[in-house]
Design a protein around this ligand. Structure first.
Ligand SMILES: [Zn+2]
Ligand SMILES: [Zn+2]
Ligand SMILES: [Zn+2]
Length: 202
């Protein structure tokens, strides 16, 4: 029993490997190598491939970078970043981890506690339904959409990015329809971005 408890679960191993790669091989991560690695992490998580083999392949390919990283790697593995809130399920610290579609919030007590939460990125626009903060979210497939921070109580969603300026005609919520225009979600009227005075930062 004790020996079993000390062993990392495959999913946890996947997290640790992913954390290390992201932390020490930013170049690799940016080079589009991640998609392939993530597939490997999934294989590890699914218990289909030993992490030693995946890391072995990785080392073989990135030997020089690995040497450099080993020199720079902290003696003790750095803890995942705490977000300053407690897990609502078990009271342990919540931390930031890296998953398939980027960062997400997870319990530091993982894998005992499986609590996870999306990182809500506020876009500075108020929800037209209930006045909550609109936030950027991602679907399971990684597609960006906009929703209300009060979800699931509030079901507002839009694929297009809402802007902070109200519709000049009806006061409704405007969303970006393309790089030049915004459209009202209430009266469907379109306006040029300059016309309504919106500044767009991607
Ligand atoms: Zn927890
Ligand atoms: Zn709302
Ligand atoms: Zn309107």
């Amino acid at each position: 029993m004790l020996r079993e408890a000390k062993r990392l679960s495959p999913t946890e191993t996947g997290f640790l490997v992913n954390d290390l790669v992201v932390e020490h091989f930013p170049g690799v991560v940016d080079l589009g190598f991640t998609a392939e690695m993530e597939e490997d992490f999934d294989q590890i998580a699914a218990g289909k491939e030993g992490w030693q083999k995946v890391i072995g392949d990785f080392y073989a390919e990135f030997g020089p970078q690995v040497k450099k990283a080993q020199a720079e790697m902290p003696v003790t593995k750095s803890e995942p970043e705490k977000i300053g809130r407690e897990c609502p399920k078990c009271g342990h610290d919540l931390v930031i981890r890296w998953g398939r579609f980027g960062k997400f919030i997870s319990c530091s007590n993982f894998p005992t506690c499986r609590f996870t939460e999306a990182i809500l990125e506020k876009i500075g626009v108020v929800c037209p339904k209930d006045g909550g903060d609109l936030v950027m979210r991602k679907t399971r497939k990684g597609r960006i959409f906009y929703g209300c921070a009060n979800y699931p109580e509030c079901d507002f969603t839009n694929w297009k990015r809402p802007v902070a300026v109200p519709c000049p005609s009806c006061g409704g919520l405007l969303v970006l329809s393309n790089k030049k225009e915004v459209q009202c979600t209430n009266c469907s009227e379109s306006f040029l971005i300059e016309q309504v005075g919106v500044t767009v930062q991607e």
